[in-house]
Design a protein around this ligand. Structure first.
Ligand code: NDP
Ligand code: MN
Length: 411
């Protein structure tokens, strides 16, 4: 068996209340000279309301100030963050001479923080907008070690962005939502504070939980999967099936939040080492055309259909992996065949129903007339994930799966 397992250095703080311990780690970063009594100048990147309402923006700001770290707040990040917002944030970082970027929030705030760190780090002489670095460009600018150090404090259990080298940014002029990736945006410190996670409302718990599940399911069957990633993916799937429904129903139960936060972290490692496949390639056009449809909702509508497609068209190894997934979902399996593999699809549909995520694309607001454009967009922006899909994918397959995913009743 030949494989390469590459995971950049990880530094993870996990537990209750740990977000107010970050200054110690910031001081250790090394590239923050303690000049004039200052340990660093941070840009704190967060969304418009949730972190302020829950008190964490204030808590973290005073913790940093108490440790002589200056803080500039950039609290404008919206879900599916845009390239324009990233450039605006980078200008604020440059104006305030920030030398560290902290993302506090869900995937959107953490991804925006990573992208801001790229732009601010590379714009010392001349401003370099984020889209110039997007790998969807014919000749993207290189992302280098000039990128400012990033700290990612996650407030959701979904994207794994606190431990990934991806930043997903939308260019609203092109309707392109793409993953910008580089090992330089791998956070220097990843923080999972269970207290922050208990503030997630049920809908976000469900949407982000679906993201965790699909990262593990996609990484498991991806062509780039390896035995180490496979174990993490199966562990993540088992945790989701054990804890997501309870986290959705009893948001204050720390045990369930902890289970989902662990699953989210495994899932982040999974997509870093093995990458996502067709559901992610097809979900990004949906959020690009319909920014109000969450990433998780788009994935939920697509995933059972794509699992079935892969079970029908995939090779023996793929079939075996879906059987392992059935087992991790608590289904008893006897041998490895299509029937046993399909148990994983049934289990996913049941879970989606329990957490109110069994909605088709049309119910979510997608106009079937847009399918043609979404197919083109998926092919334009999703080549990497499409190529990693275990079964070969034709343009007509993408169109057919979008059509199937339109309907509500998939049972
Ligand atoms: P978002 O970060 O988009 O947050 C969604 C909403 O939830 C926001 O309105 C936010 O409010 C609110 N919110 C977040 N945390 C809490 C909390 N603890 N309590 C109450 N409200 C909260 O959601 P996701 O985490 O699902 O991130 C999705 C984004 O991440 C997508 O753009 C997706 O493509 C991307 N992604 C990135 C990956 C990566 O590796 N980088 C991988 C997969 C997806 P407010 O704005 O007020 O803070
Ligand atoms: Mn995702």
């Amino acid at each position: 068996m030949d494989f390469n397992f590459y995971l950049p250095k990880v530094n993870l703080l996990f537990g209750k209340g740990v977000s107010v311990k970050i200054s110690e780690e910031i001081k250790k970063l090394g590239d923050q000279p303690a000049r004039q009594g200052i340990n660093g100048r941070a840009l704190l990147v967060t969304g418009k309301t949730s972190m302020e309402q829950s008190g964490f923006t204030q808590k973290i700001t005073s913790h940093l100030k108490n440790h002589l770290i200056e803080v500039t707040l950039f609290n404008k990040i919206t879900p599916n963050p845009t390239s324009e917002l990233v450039d605006e944030g980078a200008k604020v970082a440059l104006k305030n001479n920030c030398n560290i970027i902290i993302g506090l929030g869900g995937g959107s705030a953490m991804d925006a923080a990573k992208a801001i760190a790229i732009v601010a780090g590379h714009s010392k002489d001349q401003f370099q907008p984020i889209w110039d670095f997007s790998q969807s460009q014919a000749a993207p600018k290189a992302i280098t070690s000039q990128t400012l150090p990033i700290i990612a404090i996650t407030s959701s259990s979904g994207t794994g962005s606190h431990v990934t080298r991806f930043s997903v940014i939308t260019n609203p002029n092109l309707n392109h939502k793409v993953g910008i990736y580089s090992e330089y945006i791998f956070p220097k410190l990843s923080v999972v504070d269970l207290e922050i996670l208990t503030y997630m409302p049920p809908a976000l718990t469900a949407e982000s939980g679906v993201d965790v599940l699909t990262h593990c399911l996609e990484g498991l069957v991806s062509k780039s999967c390896n035995p180490i990633t496979e174990e993490m993916a199966l562990q993540g799937i088992e945790l989701v099936f054990n804890y997501l429904t309870d986290a959705f129903r009893n948001g204050e139960n720390l045990k369930s939040r902890e289970g989902m936060a662990l699953a989210d972290t495994y899932a982040g490692f999974v997509i870093t080492t093995s990458r996502v496949i067709l559901p992610h390639a097809m979900s990004h056009p949906i959020s690009a055309f319909y920014p109000n449809i969450s990433h998780g909702a788009a994935l939920a509508a697509l995933t059972p259909h794509i699992m079935q497609f892969n079970i029908e068209k995939g090779d023996n190894t793929t079939l075996q992996k879906y059987c392992l997934a059935s087992g991790a979902m608590g289904r008893r399996t006897f041998g490895a065949n299509k029937y046993e593999a399909m148990k994983s699809v049934e289990a996913v549909k049941e879970l989606l129903e329990k957490i109110g995520m069994n909605k088709g694309l049309q119910e979510l607001g997608v106009d079937p007339a847009d399918i043609g454009d979404m197919v083109k967009n998926a092919i334009e922006t999703g080549q990497g994930p499409i190529n990693s899909n275990p079964a070969e994918v034709k343009e007509s397959d993408i169109a057919r799966i979008y059509k199937l995913a339109m309907g509500k009743d998939r049972r």
